[in-house]
Design a protein around this ligand. Structure first.
Ligand SMILES: [Zn+2]
Length: 244
């Protein structure tokens, strides 16, 4: 059954690349883009790179709906790796705070051409060429449409750097930063708690540090005693062994 839900008619399909990371899926109009980015290898233990060879790449292609039916050979894979890396860098740069670095996406655009076609009374961008050009042209066309509809900013890379899985942020204030709070959110919070405890361990042995420099209370079970720990609010932090 086909559903007319966008500038193109898309079949509602699952996205195996994204599902293996349990990341929030994008709406159908951005699903090919999200899936393409999540073909990369990440996670713990690492998942396979779905573009590692023609067999897995074509298996991935068949799981999604494409306007033409591209097929990939070994020669199609290197340009797709490069485009994937450039797009991932663009996505991360767009969402980053502070000075912008300009990823090298423009030179990929030079190798692609599109025509404008009409389908059921709607204008559509149709990529020219075959193989990787079909895949790349379709993905970039989807991004163009998503930008016009204000959806692009909701597609994000997980802020846990070794992860960087691409998820769709449906939250009202668009504030999500982890692809999965129970995995990456907890992991990063735990790391931060350990770093704070290490710092407190250093401060304990250094009496010249100005009082009140540390606003973070000691975690329960730590060996830090005295007014700072006693006055701190109760926390749910993880108790870690402290240096003696
Ligand atoms: Zn993550």
């Amino acid at each position: 059954m086909r559903h007319d839900i966008g500038p193109r008619t898309l079949i509602l399909v699952s996205d195996p690349a994204t599902e293996r990371y349990a990341a929030a899926p994008a709406p159908a109009s951005l699903r090919r883009v999200q899936s393409f980015l999540n073909t990369r290898s990440t996670g713990r233990p690492p998942e396979a790179d779905l573009l590692a060879g023609p067999a897995s790449a074509n298996g991935w292609l068949r799981a999604l709906d494409w306007p033409a039916s591209p097929r990939l050979t070994t020669d199609d894979l290197p340009p797709l790796y490069e485009l994937r890396a450039a797009l991932q860098a663009q996505l991360e740069a767009d969402r980053a705070e502070g000075p912008r670095t300009q990823p090298d996406l423009a030179r990929h655009l030079e190798k692609l051409r599109w025509g404008v076609t009409i389908e059921d009374g709607r204008l559509a961008l149709s990529p020219e060429g075959e193989g990787w050009r079909q895949v790349a042209g379709t993905v970039l066309g989807d991004i163009l449409v998503a930008q016009e509809h204000g959806l692009w900013a909701r597609l994000k890379a997980c802020r846990n750097p070794p992860c960087s899985v691409v998820f769709y942020d449906r939250s009202k204030n668009q504030s999500r930063v982890w692809h999965n709070t129970s995995d990456c959110g907890n992991l990063v919070n735990l790391r931060a708690a350990r770093a704070r405890q290490r710092e407190q361990g250093l401060v304990k042995g250094n009496r010249s540090t100005p009082a009140g420099r540390l606003a973070v209370p000691a975690a329960p079970g730590s060996s830090i005693t005295g007014s700072r720990a006693a006055n701190g609010p109760p926390t749910g932090g993880t108790a870690l062994p402290q240096p003696r």
